[in-house]
Design a protein around this ligand. Structure first.
Ligand code: HEM
Length: 400
């Protein structure tokens, strides 16, 4: 009896492992779990007994199954948060299921096709060049995160929405660190409130004076009210800002540490779609995504009960040797196709084409501008965002 109780305890993962030995690799426990129990019992910070998925095939299965809901109000968070998430606000379709989810996502998707994003490339290049000019003018050394990686995606979203420079400047300052455990809850709430106000102002401005932008087009379609449009714009900002910024910063950090990869990418002209896909797989900055079971589901040999939360460790899944060859090595020439860095199924990142393009342009222009770019701190001093939904760095000191 004692033995079986022990075995049972051993099989419960006590909270989401987040501590990393190497800044570019997922926590080691996750790799071990993937080999032993690709779906394992896990205790969540609020005491909930749910599940943790670390195997690629099972992750795809969960994300493709409508029996697993994305509703925020149904699931527990795998990291410590200031409180429970309530039902998704109007427009925040990342936390909704069909048919509400479809109603918001459908009119938006045509703005993120490969063709649409290609049309945006000159604007992204213009924005990236302006950020690099500012970085260079500020002199060496500099924080690449603050001067380049963070402004670029927010300015691109502003371009997409038809927001002016003043609004872009204020949004950059706010940063809405929505899922940060380290930031005091009141601060997060105040930043989120102010961002939401700004989004309402933006919707009103576009309604009064329509332009040639995504928001004006959505207003013209006439299916969503101002509250919903402001929520949608807010979501785009939250989902597309820190994710892309951390991907850019982590990619640069990796290239500055991995001489072979840096040499392979030369002056930046070799940074193509394959390299970007591999960076996305290898770095997996959105560390996990969660779902809640709407009914009992048998999966991977276990029974997930209705109401239980299942968290997928994207970073562990993207290092699954059953799906990716030599998964713990970064392959500059490519190899990341099929990774779950952008999720999978109904909620797969709507901005994935845009994000890929931003990362490609950012790296190309940066490597071309600063051939002698190097880290201006020892790696131990680069602070990483371990226990946060979006992994990355707080700052990235560089010199040239
Ligand atoms: C959803 C990752 C950039 C907008 C997601 C999801 C992931 C993800 C993993 C799925 C969440 C889930 O299943 O619960 C990333 C990464 C990015 C990035 C790694 C950058 C490298 C962007 C950008 C935008 C964006 C640039 C838009 C401007 C969204 C939206 C959703 C989403 C609106 C919700 C989709 C839905 O629920 O149907 N993203 N994202 N993301 N992302 Fe991204």
């Amino acid at each position: 009896c004692e033995e079986s109780a022990m075995t049972h305890t051993e099989h419960v993962v006590d909270g989401m492992p987040t501590a990393r030995g190497c800044p570019f690799s997922p926590p080691e426990e996750l790799g071990a779990l993937r080999e032993e129990r690709p779906i394992a019992r896990m205790t969540y910070p609020d005491g909930h007994q749910g599940w943790l998925v670390t195997g690629y095939e099972l992750a795809q299965e969960v994300l493709a199954d409508v029996a697993f809901s994305a509703r925020h109000d149904l699931r527990s968070s795998p990291i410590v948060m200031g409180g429970k998430l309530g039902p998704a606000q109007p427009g925040m379709f990342i936390g909704m299921d069909p048919p509400e989810h479809t109603r918001y996502r459908k009119p938006l998707s045509r703005h993120f096709t490969v063709r649409r994003v290609r049309e945006l490339e000159p604007a992204i290049e213009r924005i990236a060049t302006a950020c690099l000019d500012a970085l260079e003018a500020g002199g060496s050394p500099a924080d690449l995160m603050a001067a380049f990686a963070l402004p670029l995606p927010v300015l691109v979203i502003c371009e997409l929405m038809g927001a002016d420079a003043d609004l872009a400047a204020e949004l950059q300052k706010l940063r809405v660190p929505m899922l940060s455990a380290a930031t005091p809850r009141a601060e997060v709430a105040a930043a989120a409130r102010r961002t939401s106000e700004l989004m309402h102002e933006l919707v009103r401005a576009r309604r009064a004076a329509p332009g040639d932008d995504l928001l004006s087009e959505l207003i013209a379609v006439g299916e969503l009210n101002d509250e919903e449009l402001a929520g949608l714009t807010f979501l785009m900002l939250v989902a597309g800002h820190e994710t892309t910024a951390n991907m850019i910063a982590m990619s640069v950090y990796l290239l500055l540490q991995d001489e072979k990869a840096r040499a392979a990418l030369g002056d930046g002209s070799q940074v193509g779609d394959q390299t970007v896909n591999e960076l996305l797989r290898y770095l997996s900055v959105v560390q996990f995504v969660s779902r809640a079971a709407l009914k009992d589901v048998e999966i991977g040999g276990v029974l997930v009960r209705q109401g239980e939360t299942v968290t997928i460790s994207t970073s562990a899944v993207n290092r699954d040797g059953r799906r990716f060859e030599d998964p713990d090595t970064f392959h500059a020439e490519g190899g990341g196709v099929g990774s779950l860095a952008f999720g999978h199924g109904l909620h797969q990142c709507i901005g994935h084409n845009l994000a890929r393009t931003e990362i490609r342009i950012a790296l190309r222009l940066l490597l071309r501008r600063f051939p002698g770019l190097r880290l201006a701190a020892s790696p131990q001093d680069v602070r990483t965002r371990e226990a946060m939904n979006t992994y990355g760095v707080h700052e990235l000191p560089v010199s040239w």
